[in-house]
Write a protein that binds this ligand. Structure first.
Ligand code: PEP
Ligand code: MG
Length: 556
């Protein structure tokens, strides 16, 4: 083995495969002049690159099918636009290199599109993608975006945005390694949803050479570069042992003395449902509906399209509980038609419920679609709002649900410290709470969840975060209402026991974590969980809190 790198393990399991980098934005090619006799050869290079990129887009479209096919075919047509081609030829004839000519011709076309009103302006991103592909091909550098590969690989990226994830082929991605991001970043959440091992906040990930074999241990956070055969075997053996141990545990979530803690799944749409059912999820604790909105940057999906997606998820859990979160746009999940572009600090700006209250038509459309989707189904529908700050927010959301005629329980996510501190007041308006520990950590520690350098402060074991969880859970207990956790904290098996000890009533997580949490919970009594929670809260740091809880639960 060459070396072992250490980051933060965020999704269990081991992946061994070749590293493939997520291509970054294409650099501007230098504006150097070519001699007149080189022009024909450059023009031919440009034509070949355009044809190759167009053919590749069409081929990807054929593989993807559905709406993706239409988008990719439209991109292929953009690449072959005759006016653009003529402009590229002209620029080369007067001395540009092929890559520079493509770059400049697309820039001119881009400016025209951007001025041409809403619909065409929305195609600018597609045009940029086409340009980047052609320029990358001419420069001989990796294609931007998701790697083009027909063999499984380990994806290396700076970080992943929700929009990138739509293009990933889960059959090809063995695991993730990212340089940025913390345990609650989208890369981590996506890895858990796909059930692939992942390590985030790994300094130097960007320098791993393309094609190097890496072994990613998503439990320990270690990434071995060029592991030997013996090391590969040892890693695979340890991972198989861990897997066998958790597969032994079955049934609903409960402590060893029978205190029930329903284990629910976090899903982003119907595609995540099979894994949730297979893991034995007792329902859905967080349906992140924003993934349905990513297909079109201009407008909300039609009500019919929403009804279809919601219904597919609701139908998968007959008699079960499904908690749908209304759209959480803004900050790390921007949507151009809803999110202001000029906010100096989007995480503290108009996002989540704030966005929806500014766009009541979007909220009403979503609530009506949910009401229709649930019609005639025996499912137990709950609907909650993201980023509730206080009682006024909770009331506005409950009023909107009533206005839409929704027959469901209304709840509030607790992901802003003010909502945790005044949980009792929020509960005067809604029937349940769900702790979003990812954002709650971000706002409690003033630590951006997308920045790897502050991942220490994103650690959900920090006693200050546990105090806020306890405050909210106690308030819900006093009101006779439920208080779950749907942030990534719930997917850490040891922390799941501590959360149970703090009074949390359900745990929702990426499907792949459910067996691990179920197995750990089944080993301890409720009283042990409560003692572990008290020991963790008495500590002064995240690592100390973890060690203290571990000591109690292992009987030291
Ligand atoms: C569950 C949460 O919401 P998201 O990660 O989608 O922001 C959270 O903030 O903990
Ligand atoms: Mg959140």
């Amino acid at each position: 083995m060459d070396t072992t790198l250490r980051g933060v393990g965020v999704s269990h399991g081991v992946a061994i495969g070749e590293a493939r980098h997520m291509g970054t934005a294409v650099l501007e090619p230098p504006a150097k002049q070519i001699a007149a006799e080189e022009a024909p050869r450059e023009q031919q290079r440009a034509r070949q690159a355009v044809e190759a990129v167009a053919a590749d887009l069409v081929a990807r479209g054929n593989l993807a099918g559905g709406e993706a096919q239409a988008v990719l075919e439209a991109q292929a047509m953009m690449a072959q636009d005759p006016e653009l081609a003529a402009d590229v030829e002209r620029r080369i004839a007067v001395g540009s290199t092929a890559e520079r000519a493509v770059y400049d011709a697309f820039a001119a076309y881009r400016a025209l599109l951007a001025q041409a009103g809403d619909y065409l302006a929305g195609r600018v991103a597609d045009l940029d993608d086409v340009r980047n592909r052609i320029v990358a091909r001419l420069l001989g550098v990796p294609m931007p975006g998701v790697p083009d590969s027909d063999r499984p690989y380990v994806l290396i990226a700076r970080d992943l945005a929700p929009a990138d994830t739509a293009l990933l082929d889960p059959a090809l991605v063995l695991g993730f390694v990212t340089e940025e991001g913390g345990p609650t970043s989208h890369s981590a959440i996506l890895a858990r949803a796909l059930g692939v091992p992942a390590v985030v906040a790994l300094p130097g990930a960007g320098e791993l050479a393309e094609g190097t074999v890496v072994a990613v241990d998503g439990s320990t956070g270690e990434v071995m570069v060029n592991p030997t055969d013996a090391e590969r075997e040892e890693l695979s053996r340890a991972a198989a042992e861990r897997k066998a141990a958790v597969e032994g545990a079955k049934g609903p979530g409960a402590t060893s003395d029978g205190h029930k803690v329903p284990l629910l799944a976090n899903v982003g749409g119907p595609g995540d449902v099979p894994a949730a059912v297979e893991a034995g999820a007792e329902g859905v604790g967080l349906f992140r509906t924003e993934f349905l909105f990513l297909d079109d940057s201009e407008r909300a999906p039609s009500e019919d399209k929403q009804v279809e997606a919601y219904r597919q998820v609701l139908e998968a859990f007959p008699e079960g509980r499904v908690v749908v979160r209304v759209l959480d746009a803004g900050a790390d999940k921007p949507l151009s038609f809803l999110t202001p572009a000029d906010e100096p600090n989007p995480a503290l700006g108009v996002r989540g419920l704030r966005t929806l209250l500014d766009h009541p038509e979007v909220l009403q459309g979503q609530l009506r679609a949910l009401a229709k989707a649930a019609e005639g189904l025996p499912v137990y529908l709950e609907v909650m709002a993201p980023m509730v700050a206080d009682r006024a927010d909770a009331r506005a959301f409950a009023d909107a649900c009533r206005e839409a005629g929704l027959n469901a329980k209304f709840g509030a996510m607790v992901e802003i410290p003010s909502a945790a501190l005044r949980a009792r007041s929020v509960l005067q308006e809604v029937e349940f709470l769900s702790l979003g520990t990812n954002d709650l950590a971000q706002y409690t520690f003033a630590a951006d969840r997308q920045v790897g350098a502050v991942s220490r402060l994103q650690d959900p074991w920090q006693p200050a975060l546990l105090d806020l969880v306890a405050t909210a859970a106690e308030a819900a207990g006093a009101e006779g209402k439920s208080c779950g956790v749907c942030g990534e904290a719930a997917s850490d098996p040891l922390l799941a026991c501590v959360l149970t000890g703090l009074g949390v009533t359900s745990l929702s997580m990426g499907a792949s974590a459910i067996p691990f949490v179920r197995a750990q919970l089944a080993k301890h009594t409720l009283a042990q969980c409560e003692r572990a929670a008290a020991a963790a809260r008495a500590a002064d740091s995240g690592p100390d809190a973890r060690a203290a809880a571990q000591a109690v639960l292992s009987g030291e």
